[in-house]
Design a protein. Structure first.
Length: 463
């Protein structure tokens, strides 16, 4: 006769299996809840902020973070404060982001490779002080970007030559991004940077209004993996709080390692403008921007001293290049030409055969190398330079028959004594020199050679 198996042992084995199964189910859930609770603690926020501070050098604040296997990791309310020297004068943080969402590639993480398929930024706002850019552009230069660089501009001439209309210096060609041929990569999913309601501003501590601002940037930028295209929407672009462009739509093209913006056609007060740009996903972020105003008529634009300028036609070509992360490498060129311009200055009308200007940016120094309007009765020649610390200097020479020149000067500056004219090699022509110097926020103007100095803010003569 067979004996029956003990029922109590079966039940105990079943209970042990149930507890083990319950533990396997509960422990991951408990670990998920505890990890999210830890990410919300002040200690965790300080730890994450310290990691960002180590990379950026800026004091950082974070309110918390969460994660899930389905949506990835999300960091909430990130603030990067302004540098300590600017913080008291500019209370707005350098950067604020409501949330940063990272979508990991979990298979890569299991192999020890920390890859993400997309990054989403909700309402990122950048407020960049121009004083910070000036400091960075005047600091120790970074390694040269992989692009060609032009010669440095010369020092400002106090008295520009005015005897003859010398030929305008040839345009400085904007060199293309010199990107090395990328290695052949196996096909992989495109990585994306999603922007929602982003904004970017350049401000000054001495002014309440933003100098430049881009509002409500929304769209997806391909930044890694296989080639892709997308569209970026921009609600408005403003200069000095005045909306200049509205409802822009830029087409982006990605092909590793370069993200390109196809030529974008804009219109400003009836003038057509073309802009294109490229940025490379390489060290320092090499960037290039090209802008062009095709040849078209120039309507009257106002000038100081009750003047205005208009022309039969004008054209403009500009370029910017450098490492986006290193302002000391930024370089720019602007070439402007005009045909048959006419000028009203101090109630005196003058017509010219042609005009031109050459402006360059090198190492934090912005310089107008040559600007001129050439005519039979009156010619204007000048140049100017602004340093990264705000110091500025410039010179403008008016050349005309002596009697006509006196009339122009007396109308423009009725409160000065007899104008001091500079004789030239030909007695039929004299020159009147204007010299500007000081800081862009406080400029002084010398009226004529050895003449009185005027404060451009108060217009009061200085001894």
């Amino acid at each position: 006769m067979e004996s029956e198996a003990p029922i109590g042992e079966k039940r105990r084995g079943f209970r042990r299996g149930s507890w083990l199964l319950s533990a396997l189910l509960v422990l991951p859930i408990l670990g998920f809840l505890l990890s999210n609770l830890w990410l919300a603690t002040p200690w965790s926020c300080r730890w994450m902020a310290a990691k960002i501070e180590k990379v950026t050098g800026l004091q950082t604040r974070i309110s918390g973070a969460t994660w899930s296997p389905w949506y990835g990791a999300c960091v909430h309310n990130v603030e990067l404060l302004q540098p300590a020297a600017l913080r008291s004068a500019l209370p707005h943080p350098l950067a604020t982001i409501e949330s940063i969402q990272l979508t990991p590639v979990w298979r890569a993480w299991m192999r020890g490779k920390y890859e993400v398929s997309s990054i989403s930024l909700d309402t990122p706002k950048l407020v960049i002080p121009i004083e910070l850019l000036s400091h960075l552009s005047g600091s120790q230069p970074q390694p040269a970007p992989p692009i060609a660089s032009g010669p440095p501009p010369p020092v400002v001439q106090v008295n520009p030559p005015a005897a003859s209309p010398a030929p305008v210096p040839p345009p400085v060609a904007v060199a293309p991004l010199n990107i090395p041929a990328p290695p052949t990569l196996p096909p992989q999913p495109t990585g994306w940077l999603h922007l929602k309601n982003a904004s970017f501003s350049i401000v000054s501590v001495s002014r309440k209004q933003a100098l430049f601002k881009i509002d409500e940037i929304t769209g997806s930028l391909p930044i890694a993996g296989d080639p892709a295209q997308s569209v970026l929407k921009i609600q408005s672009v403003s200069f000095d709080e005045h909306r200049t462009f509205n409802d822009l739509s830029a087409t982006l093209d990605w092909k590793y390692p370069v993200l390109s913006m196809k030529p974008l056609e804009l219109e400003f007060h009836g003038y057509k403008i073309l802009i294109a740009s490229k940025i490379a996903s390489l060290s320092g972020l090499p960037i290039q921007i090209e802008a062009q105003i095709p040849k078209q008529p120039l309507a009257a634009i106002p000038l100081p001293f009750k003047g205005h300028l208009e022309a039969q036609s004008f054209a403009l070509n500009g370029g910017f290049r450098g490492l986006l992360a290193a302002p000391s490498t930024w370089q720019g060129d602007l070439i402007a030409e005009t045909i048959a311009p006419s000028l009203t200055l101090a109630e005196h009308d003058a017509k010219f055969d042609k005009g031109s200007a050459v402006i360059v940016l090198r190492g934090g120094l912005l310089s107008c190398l040559d600007a001129r309007l050439i005519g039979d009765e009156l010619s204007l020649l000048g140049n100017a330079t602004v340093l990264s610390n705000g110091s500025a200097a410039g010179a403008l020479r008016l050349v005309a028959p002596p009697e006509n020149l006196k009339v122009i000067v007396m109308r423009g500056f009725p409160n000065i004594p007899e104008p001091s004219l500079t004789p030239l090699s030909s007695p039929q022509r004299s020159a009147f020199d204007l010299e500007a110097f000081g800081n862009i926020s406080q400029l002084f103007l010398r009226l004529g050679k050895d003449g009185p100095v005027v404060n451009l803010k108060t217009t009061a003569p200085q001894p």
